[in-house]
Design a protein around this ligand. Structure first.
Ligand code: DAT
Ligand code: MG
Length: 135
């Protein structure tokens, strides 16, 4: 079933020059871009985006990180887009992500794991409404 997912290239991915690499992998996989934008992230957007982690000890540093520089936000579309992008991203902790995945190939530390992708249809809807209202 065709789905949409919210993808972010986080500030580490943008500052390291990995935007093209991430977009290229999305396109090679057969997914398509429905929206794409370089953004500075407002603290309130970051808080809503990561609301499920509000009680976690790393929440504050997560907010600081995601607001520390521009991100590239995208709506990515295609069959099984949510799971397909999670597979491209790899496991949350880069030392557990498979080689060949974005995190497995480019990251070593859980906070600096390059990309975000929605984890379910409910998250995808919530996140797309937050980042791209009306898209
Ligand atoms: P994912 O981004 O794979 O969906 P998540 O939703 O569990 O992972 O966590 C959101 C982000 O929070 C994750 O990409 C990096 C950061 N994070 C997760 N666990 C962490 C931890 N134990 N210490 C520091 N940052 C963490
Ligand atoms: Mg998540």
């Amino acid at each position: 079933m065709s789905e949409r997912t919210l993808v972010l290239v986080k500030p580490d991915g943008v500052s390291r020059g990995l935007v093209g690499e991430v977009i290229s992998r999305i396109e090679r996989k057969g997914l398509t871009l429905a929206a794409l934008e370089l953004r500075n992230v407002e603290r309130s957007v970051a808080e809503q985006h990561y609301a499920e982690h509000a009680a976690k000890p790393f929440f504050e540093s997560l907010l600081e990180f995601i607001t520390s520089g521009p991100v590239v936000a995208a709506v990515v579309e295609g069959e099984n887009a949510i799971a397909a992008f999670r597979q491209l991203a790899g496991a949350t902790n880069p030392v557990q992500s498979a080689t060949g995945s974005i995190r497995g190939d480019y990251a070593v530390e859980v906070q600096y794991n390059i990309v975000h992708g929605s984890d379910s249809p409910e998250s995808s809807k919530r996140e797309i409404d937050l980042w791209f209202p009306g898209v």
